[in-house]
Structures are given as structure tokens and as C-alpha cells.
Write a protein that binds this ligand. Structure first.
Ligand code: SAM
Length: 215
């Protein structure tokens, strides 16, 4: 994703009630349901970008809680602008954080599900560990995901998708569902919510790949 510094984004994020701030984030570990004020399951999108997917998911699923994670303020601010138009939503918060720190922020089993959408490909081999579906990241998700929890990964990047399947197998995850062409797979397409990247790449004719992993 091309990044532009957006003046004022840090300040807007710091003063927003929809963002749980860095100084208190780790104190919420094991207590995220108190943040929402209910005991509904918590779903996390890692690398949410501008937040279209998670804001739509939150409005479609009032029986679930959602947390969107994004490492850059200049990107998170775009999600926050969407969120601020939806003040009647009570089931969506954002965290500006690096996904490597997930086990410091969430307790074992605290995430009911994890979404990875169009994660950065990091094409150089020496950067493989930075890919969000790598086995290093799968080990982090393993620490916070509920026993019956699923990881759902979508991308149009064939190499990254193949890599994710290899890594999942190596790390002992089971493929529950898989498609190389989501938009022509009626069963897996049911309830699909498009991300910003998904709209852009499917409009170019790129097939979208999706896998659902469980332990
Ligand atoms: N999920 C969105 C979509 O499908 O439209 C955005 C995709 S964009 C290619 C990937 C996003 O993940 C970027 O906004 C990037 O900053 C964020 N990201 C990448 N690595 C991350 C990490 N380690 N921790 C948190 N966010 C990350």
C-alpha cells in the first residue's frame, strides 16, 4: 500500500473513542469483553487497511464484536472516518498496532476468529517472516485464537496464497475450505464482504483466492 503522511492523523486517532490506545491496550488483555460491555465473540482483522471489510462486517453482524488492527496511522485514519459515520455501531474498535504484538494484547482463546485480507506479499525470501500468513504469524494467532476459532485468508496473489497453504500445513493447521476463485464459488461466496483491495483487484479480472484454516 502506498503511504502518504496525513497531517493530523495521529492526533485524530489519539482523541478518538473508537480507538483503544497504546498505553492501555496491554491492560485489556483478557478483558476485551469488558470493553464491549457484553460477552459476544470477538473477531479480529489483522491489517485492516482503510476498514471497509470490518465496518461492514460489524454492521451486518450485531451479534459479534470486531477489532480492526492496522499499523499505520495514515491508513487507520481512513477506517476511522468510516467508523465515525456509524455512531450507532457498538461492536467495533480499532487498534493501531504491529501484529507481532498480538499475544501481548490478547489472552489465549480471546479471539473467536481472525481475518487476513490481501496481506502485503513481501516478495523477497528474506522477508517471508513478515508475511501475515507465515508460520511465525500463525504461531501468534495460535496463541490468541479460541479452540474452535478459524483463520480466514483472502488474496489475489497466487504466490502468497500458495505460501500460506504450505506454511499452514507445516504448522499443523487444517484446511477447512479452499477456493482459487472465490467470486465463482457460490458456497464460499455466501455472506462474502468485499475489502477495498478485493474490489480493486477483482474489477481487474484477478481471481480471488480464499482459505479457511482451523487447528
Ligand atoms: N485488508 C485491507 C484490504 O483488503 O483492502 C488492506 C490490505 S493492505 C495490502 C495491507 C494492510 O495491512 C496495510 O494497511 C498494512 O499497513 C497492514 N499491515 C501489514 N502488516 C501489518 C502488521 N504486521 N501489523 C499491522 N498491520 C499490518
Amino acid at each position: 500500500m502506498r503511504l502518504r503522511n496525513i497531517p493530523g492523523s495521529r492526533e485524530a486517532i489519539a482523541s478518538s473513542d473508537f480507538v483503544i490506545h497504546e498505553d492501555v491496550m496491554t491492560k485489556k488483555k483478557g478483558h476485551w469483553n469488558e470493553v464491549f460491555g457484553n460477552s459476544l465473540p470477538i473477531y479480529i482483522e489483522v491489517g485492516m487497511g482503510k476498514g471497509q471489510f470490518i465496518t461492514r462486517m460489524a454492521s451486518m453482524h450485531p451479534d459479534r464484536n470486531f477489532i480492526g488492527i492496522e499499523k499505520y496511522s495514515s491508513v487507520l485514519i481512513r477506517a476511522l472516518e468510516k467508523r465515525e459515520q456509524m455512531t450507532d455501531l457498538h461492536n467495533l474498535y480499532f487498534l493501531r498496532m504491529e501484529a507481532e504484538d498480538l499475544p501481548q494484547v490478547f489472552a489465549p482463546g480471546e479471539a473467536a476468529g481472525i481475518y487476513l485480507n490481501f496481506s502485503d506479499p513481501w516478495p523477497k525470501d528474506r522477508h517471508a517472516k513478515r508475511r501475515l500468513p507465515s508460520k511465525e504469524f500463525l504461531a501468534r494467532y495460535d496463541q490468541i485464537l479460541a479452540p474452535e476459532g478459524r483463520i480466514e485468508f483472502k488474496t489475489d496473489n497466487r504466490d502468497l496464497f500458495k505460501f500460506s497453504l504450505e506454511q499452514a500445513e507445516e504448522a499443523g493447521w487444517t484446511v477447512e475450505q479452499l477456493t482459487w476463485d472465490l467470486h465463482h464459488d457460490p458456497a464460499m461466496m455466501e455472506g462474502n464482504v468485499m475489502t477495498e483491495y478485493e474490489e480493486r483487484f477483482s474489477a481487474k479480472g484477478n481471481p480471488i483466492h480464499k482459505v479457511i484454516l482451523r487447528r
